[in-house]
Each structure stands twice: as structure tokens, then as C-alpha cells.
Ligand binder design. Structure first.
Ligand SMILES: *Cc1c(COP(=O)(O)O)cnc(C)c1O
Length: 341
């Protein structure tokens, strides 16, 4: 499944993004335990259609953010490796939330209950040719990230390019203190008690909302609760930005800041200029790590409930400013007045 900034860079580099995630990922009600899995049949069909030499790499992400923070199974990445080896295709991993992914493997995948989170992360990475990470997610730091590849020559090219865009390869644009914090953050993020508490807090919020009959993506993912705006506002067509409307209503109610993950985030097809109409129309409540208490989760849940109770009154939004790239970050919207209906 696409990720916003990742897909943009793939397209800016001349690539064509093709979604090869399993169908369950697009279904907010599917209870499948590994909704981040690659659909190997879809991938095999694509390889036959375009030829393996036309596929620059498999862009894998554990967990898959846009599907609701859903994990990829170890069995899937192992099978993906075998398929890609057969065709000589490389696999690159977005490891931004891989620790959360590892927690789900430990909890759900047969044979991994006794493995450490660190061992699971290591095995998972062993099936890939390289990885990158936005470290301000799982690695618990304010800023930064890294790129790692197995191939010496590729590493050399990347090391050379980093001086063009970021800074010398010894720091890659990061301050020394941030790199030190990152080293500590990577270690702490792998501690079992930490990751259990982290995912437990997200789950706590999800269970409150489920108890109140509020439509969310299940199973609850690693980093966020995703409200299902289609079921929340069944009277709003996707062109009226139901998920963005929900984010705005929440902010008005309590100041809680959510993120649209629906039609605004999906953007436009660069060829036709038309909106993409994603199946999922979600509002993401991403939970920062080590910031909030259980009581904060209660406040968030109560605000979602208050907005849900008023759902019939929502009228939707009109986009009045649309930036060219990644519009969801900076777009502006206006409420639709009753008379316009
Ligand atoms: C946040 C995120 C990014 C972007 O990282 P920045 O550090 O904000 O530039 C890329 N990929 C994934 C999966 C992310 O969650």
C-alpha cells in the first residue's frame, strides 16, 4: 500500500507505484492478523506483466501505516525473499515501525512467542537488501533517520550523495547529540516491557471506542487508532472529505489533533489529474510514545464519542487551497453550509 511521501519520491524519480498488498488491508473490518502482508500472487502477476527488470525494488513497510498500522508476518517476508531471489529483485524495508511489527509477530505468529523482539527484528531485516527509518517514530527521538544497505557499491553511492543533500557521511545532516540519542532510542525501543506498554496504550484507546460502538479499523494496529470515516459519516460522499471533516470536528471539540488518511492524503493521479478514490477513508489518531497517560486516552475517547453523537449534523468540507505536492499537509478547507447541500 502506498505511503504518502514515499510514493511521491518514487514518482519524482520516474517510478510508477503499484499496490501489491493483500486485499484484507483495504477492508477495515477484516480481522486478518497480518494485514500488512504482500500479496505474492499480485506480485507474481505484475512481474509476468512488466518483467522483473522493470521493477526497481519492492518497497516493503512493517507496519503498514495507511492500512492502520498493520503488521507483515515473518512467513510473508520469507516467502517474498524467495520470490524476489528467483527474479533478482531487491527488497527495501521502511523500518520506521518495525519494532511494533515485531511485537505483533511475537504475539500472533506461531513459533515466535519465545523469541526476543530484537531477534525478530534481526531476522526480519535479514530477508531484505536494505532499510531506512524515520527514527522519530519507533526509535523514540526528536528527529533523524538512517539508511542501511547490504550492497557495498550502493552504500558507496549513497554515502557520496549524502554530502550533496544532507551533510558529511559521518553525520548525514544530524547533530551529534541527536545521533547519540538515536543510539539509545534504538536500544530502548527493543525492550519488551516498553513495547508491550506502548502497544497496550493504543489498544486501551481502541477498546474504549469499540465498547461504545464507534467504527474503527480492526485489529487495532501498532501506533494509532484509525477511525473509519465511511461508517462514521455514511451520509457524506468521499468528495466532501469525510475523514478530514472528522479531524476538524475533533479539533473543535477538544483540541485533539488527528490526521486525515483518505481522499485528501491519496492525492491525484499524476497522469490524469483526477483524485484517487482510496477504499479506506480514515482519520488517524497517532499516539506519540512515552508522552500520554491512560487518563489522556480517556479524554480522547470521550471527545470522539461526543463527535460521534453529533455525527448526523456533519456537512463535509470543500478544499479551498490545494498545494501541488503532498496536499494533505498544507491544504485548507472550508465547511460546507447547509444551503449548499
Ligand atoms: C513518518 C514517516 C516517514 C517520514 O519521516 P520524517 O522523519 O517525518 O521525514 C516515512 N515513512 C514512514 C513509514 C513514516 O511513518
Amino acid at each position: 500500500m502506498y505511503f504518502t511521501t514515499t510514493r511521491l519520491h518514487q514518482e519524482l524519480a520516474g517510478g510508477i507505484f503499484v499496490d501489491v498488498i493483500i486485499d484484507e488491508a483495504h477492508d477495515p473490518l477484516s480481522q486478518y492478523p497480518f494485514k500488512g502482508d504482500v500479496d505474492l500472487d499480485k506480485l507474481a502477476t505484475l512481474i509476468k506483466q512488466v518483467g522483473p527488470e522493470q521493477i526497481a525494488y519492492i518497497s516493503l513497510a512493517g507496519t503498514v501505516n495507511m492500512a492502520g498500522g498493520q503488521p507483515v508476518s515473518m512467513a510473508n517476508v520469507r516467502a517474498l525473499r524467495a520470490l524476489c531471489d528467483h527474479y533478482g529483485i531487491r527488497i527495501f524495508l521502511d523500518a520506521t515501525r518495525l519494532v511494533e511489527n515485531a511485537f505483533f509477530i511475537k504475539e500472533r505468529e506461531p513459533g515466535y512467542a519465545e523469541h526476543s523482539i530484537a531477534a525478530i527484528v534481526r531476522e526480519f531485516c535479514s530477508y531484505t537488501d536494505g532499510a531506512w527509518m524515520s527514527a522519530k517514530k519507533d526509535a523514540l527521538v526528536n528527529i533523524g533517520g538512517w539508511l542501511a544497505v547490504n550492497d557495498e557499491q550502493l552504500a558507496d553511492e549513497a554515502r557520496n550523495l549524502v554530502v550533496v543533500y544532507e551533510g558529511l557521511h559521518t553525520y548525514g545532516g544530524m547533530a551529534g547529540r541527536d545521533m547519540e540519542a538515536l543510539a539509545v532510542g534504538i536500544e530502548e525501543s527493543l525492550q519488551e516491557d516498553y513495547i508491550r506498554a506502548r502497544i497496550g496504550q493504543v489498544r486501551y484507546l481502541g477498546e474504549l471506542l469499540l465498547d461504545w460502538g464507534i467504527p474503527i479499523v480492526v485489529p487495532v494496529g501498532g501506533h494509532a487508532i484509525f477511525l473509519d470515516a465511511r461508517r462514521f459519516y455514511p451520509h457524506l460522499p468521499q468528495d466532501l472529505f469525510p475523514a478530514q471533516t472528522l479531524a476538524a470536528e475533533l479539533y473543535l471539540d477538544s483540541g485533539v489533533r488527528a490526521m486525515e488518511r483518505g481522499i485528501a492524503s491519496a492525492g491525484r493521479d499524476p497522469k490524469t489529474g483526477q483524485h484517487y478514490y482510496p477504499k479506506l477513508e480514515l482519520t488517524r489518531l497517532a499516539i506519540p510514545r512515552r508522552v500520554y497517560t491512560q487518563a489522556h486516552m480517556d479524554v480522547v475517547a470521550e471527545s470522539v464519542k461526543a463527535v460521534y453523537d453529533q455525527r448526523a449534523h456533519a456537512r463535509g468540507l470543500r478544499m479551498v487551497y490545494e498545494p501541488r505536492y503532498l496536499r494533505f499537509f498544507q491544504a485548507r478547507f472550508e465547511p460546507i453550509a447547509d444551503k449548499n447541500l
